[in-house]
Ligand binder design. Structure first.
Ligand code: SF4
Length: 422
């Protein structure tokens, strides 16, 4: 019996790509095993968004190779560094960010004795690779990929170079997949992509996708990261009419300083971003606004860092992810000077994390006495005998509930950022 193991790094898009490839292996007679268990084929689906991601990807490849499996390296790092990866011990094939449909055939060729298969090709002008996922596996939240690539070329980001230009999935394919997943027990659909705000299929935009999915009974819909510069009030008004949309919006900020945003080549100003946040608060009841911020971008002065700190206070984010700047070779930010010393970038990141924690606690505590609709998933460590899951506003909530149950509870108290509901 042929066995396959997967190890997936990076974002939800990569998780979706892995789920699709895993299903291809199942259809081809493979038995899935956990990473680390003996396997004929191991697929490492890599991420290259930061230097740390590269390091983790290489470490996973070494581990799989040391166990004697035939290793296929897929994903963003494979797209960027195919030749170097093929030279690593144990790496038998590379598959980039297109042609994932061929991965099971590649595995067969390896098992028949072929070596060094390079499936990576230039992705310029590629069409959307049509993928379909039929089950959520052991997860209760289903990721549905609706878009690939990005046209924005933010000065720090390698993604447009490794995933190509923006292209969208047919809306009919999205609806079919969401219906199948709902039929197999999914209670939440997370719409994901590299830049879902730019979704466009024959005149259908992101808001149209949300409204079409709203017709599927028994699921709620959560949006992946969106960009304020692309979407406006029409979009907010449209999605606010959907009954099943989660009032949780991840708006990637990166900096609250206009001059830093300009150097980053982001397509909005802090004012435009704040207007979007205010509109969300107008159309939705207490929406959760979460974000990502880069600390210590090249040239960032103490004044600009303080602008970001002030912006975080004004926006009242319910959660922020902060990353000290990490230069990616081949991006414009590598040539922006002066660099912020690593120590300073880390200090700024710590200050932002502390501030973010403060606002996160404020947001969670303000939920005490209010109702939350929670999708319960795992056993809670904080509240023994309870299950935990995410509320529609992306708060971690524990309560007595069943796994994969979508249940409304009232928040009674909070412990370590986890709310307890009954
Ligand atoms: S919007 Fe910017 S940061 Fe996001 S994927 Fe595109 S280029 Fe990268």
């Amino acid at each position: 019996m042929k066995k396959v193991a997967f190890y997936t790094l990076g974002c939800k898009v990569n998780a979706y790509d892995s789920a699709y490839m895993q299903e291809l292996f199942l259809k081809n007679g493979y038995t899935p095993v956990g990473f680390g268990a003996p396997a004929d084929i191991v697929v490492i689906n890599t991420c290259t968004v930061t230097a740390t991601a590269d390091k983790k990807s290489r470490a996973a490849i070494r581990r799989a190779a040391a166990a004697g499996s035939k290793v296929i390296v897929a994903g963003c790092m494979a797209q960027k560094q195919a030749k170097e990866l093929l030279e690593m011990d144990g790496v038998c094939a590379v598959v980039g960010t297109d042609d994932r449909a061929k991965i099971a055939d590649v595995a067969e060729r390896l098992l028949q004795g072929q070596v060094c298969i390079d499936m990576v090709h230039d992705i310029a002008g590629c069409a959307y690779e049509d993928m379909h996922v039929g089950t959520t596996g052991d997860k209760t939240r289903a990721i549905v990929k609706i878009q690939e690539g990005c046209d924005n070329f933010c000065s720090y980001c390698i993604i447009p170079y490794v995933r190509g230009r923006s292209r969208s999935r047919r809306m009919s394919g999205i609806l079919d997949e969401a219906k199948t997943l709902a039929d197999t027990g999914a209670k939440e659909i997370v719409l994901t992509g590299i830049h879902i705000a730019s979704y466009a299929d024959n005149g259908h935009l992101l808001g149209d996708v949300v409204c079409a999915l709203d017709e599927i009974a028994g699921i709620r819909i959560r949006l992946g990261s969106i960009e304020p510069g692309v979407l406006g009030e029409d979009f907010i008004r449209q999605v606010s009419s959907a009954q099943s949309i989660c009032p949780h919006f991840h708006l990637s900020l990166q900096s609250g300083s206009a001059s830093v945003l300009k150097r980053m080549n982001r397509k909005y100003s802090p004012e435009e971003y704040m207007n979007f946040v205010n509109l969300l608060r107008l159309y939705f009841n207490r929406p959760a606004i979460t974000t990502d911020i880069i600390a210590g971008f090249p040239g960032e002065t103490p004044y600009e860092h303080n602008e970001t700190m002030k912006f975080v206070e004004q926006a009242g984010f319910s959660r922020i992810h902060v990353f000290p700047f990490s230069a990616r070779e081949g991006t414009k930010a590598c040539n922006i000077f002066p660099k912020v010393p690593k120590r300073v970038a880390k200090e700024r990141a710590s200050a932002l994390i502390r501030l973010g924690d403060e606002y996160e606690m404020k947001y969670i505590n303000a939920m005490i006495g209010r109702k939350a609709q929670v999708l319960f998933e795992d056993a809670s460590d904080a509240f023994k005998g309870c299950l935990e899951g995410y509320s529609e506003r992306y708060i971690r909530v524990a309560a007595h509930a069943k796994s994969n149950e979508l249940k409304t509870v009232t928040i009674a108290r909070v412990c370590d950022k986890i709310a307890f509901g009954s």
